[in-house]
Design a protein around this ligand. Structure first.
Ligand code: FUB
Length: 328
């Protein structure tokens, strides 16, 4: 089995979003590249320019790189920083959801369409209205309804959107300064149902709170459990599980709910910290088994912005409890 080893080594890949399409595993990673950017909390060193699509015919099979599926130069509204993406299938088409900074350096979420899971994807002329911040993840339920989750703090700018419009704030402020603090409820990921055309939201996105065991929102000061970025939703035995990264404490955690719209109650940890600053994952069922795709920075010798995607098996008990993975 090629568990816990790089999916590919000819380029750096991160934020792997895995799906089963046409009986195979398709992985949609970020494509990390070398750069001189500043390694700061604003994420200036993540300067990705394009997306490649990867696939595996089976667990343990070689991972194939299908080449560039979308480049920033082909996205009319985008300027730079093609961060974590996700792909959904509906109506015979594949939809790639991705963030990028627009001409004003504001992260927006766009969509690009293809007839095949490997692309190439053609970007819409404008970003999705009300699509902002980073890390879009789309969950298509058994009834065909599709939901998008997105948002990340600090470099991902989520805290700038608390009023529904982008607030730049004091330029001297450090990332995170203007988000909730201490005992205040932490910000949760944003959520919206997608319209049938998959190109727009049905309603304005709304924030999902992650609750603790007493039904109270996880606070901004609860850094081992707070939401930071990287939302992902999977369904198991009729329940919905929202997993996410805790950012500066480097955990992947999960919370359980009865509906894709939440509320979600914190349940535990999926992955302990990896080498590198970020960790970002996806969860997929393939041929009756569950897998966690994630990344670390081992291959680059710990460079936070040069990461490598990999996967391992996930053990889920009948009641949905996930066994915590120790990465090494
Ligand atoms: O890949 C750039 C950013 O790093 C992602 O958007 C975050 O989730 C983190 O993995």
């Amino acid at each position: 089995m090629n568990f816990r080893t790089p999916l590919v080594t000819h380029m750096y890949t991160a934020d792997p979003s895995a799906h089963v399409f046409e009986g195979k595993l398709y992985i949609y990673p970020s494509h990390d590249i070398e750069n001189e950017g500043e390694d700061d909390d604003k994420g200036g060193h993540f300067v990705m320019e394009d997306y490649h699509v990867l696939s595996m015919d089976d667990i343990g099979a070689p991972c194939i790189d299908h080449g560039v599926a979308l480049h920033v130069k082909d996205v009319p509204w985008a300027k730079k920083q093609m961060w974590d993406s996700d792909v959904a299938y509906k109506n015979g088409k594949y939809y790639l959801y991705f963030p990028a900074k627009d001409k004003d350096d504001i992260f927006r979420i766009g969509v690009a369409v293809s007839d095949t899971p490997t692309g190439p994807f053609k970007a819409e002329a404008k970003h999705i209205p009300d699509g902002y911040s980073i890390d879009p993840a789309v969950f298509v339920d058994d009834d065909g309804k599709a939901y998008i989750y997105f948002g990340g703090l600090w470099g991902g700018q989520l805290e700038k959107w608390q009023t529904g419009v982008f607030l730049e704030g004091d330029p001297k402020m450090e990332p995170g300064d203007d988000g909730p603090q201490g005992d205040e409820p932490g910000l949760g990921p944003m959520f919206a149902e997608l319209n049938d055309d998959m190109l727009s939201f049905k309603d304005k996105p709304r924030e999902l709170k992650i609750l603790d065991e007493n039904g109270k929102p996880i606070t901004a000061g609860d850094k081992d459990r707070w939401y930071f970025e990287a939302p992902w939703v999977h369904k198991f035995k009729g329940k919905y599980y929202l997993s996410y990264s805790t950012g500066p404490t480097h955990f992947i955690c999960y919370a359980e709910g009865d509906s894709p719209a939440g509320p979600f109650t914190y349940k535990g940890r999926i992955l302990e910290p990896v080498v590198g600053w970020t960790t970002h994952h996806s969860i997929v069922e393939f041929k009756g088994e569950w897998y966690l795709f994630y990344h670390d920075s081992k291959l680059s010798g710990g460079k936070t912005y040069l990461r490598t995607a990999m996967y391992t098996k996930l053990d889920i008990a009948d009641d949905g409890t996930i066994t915590t993975i120790l990465p090494y």
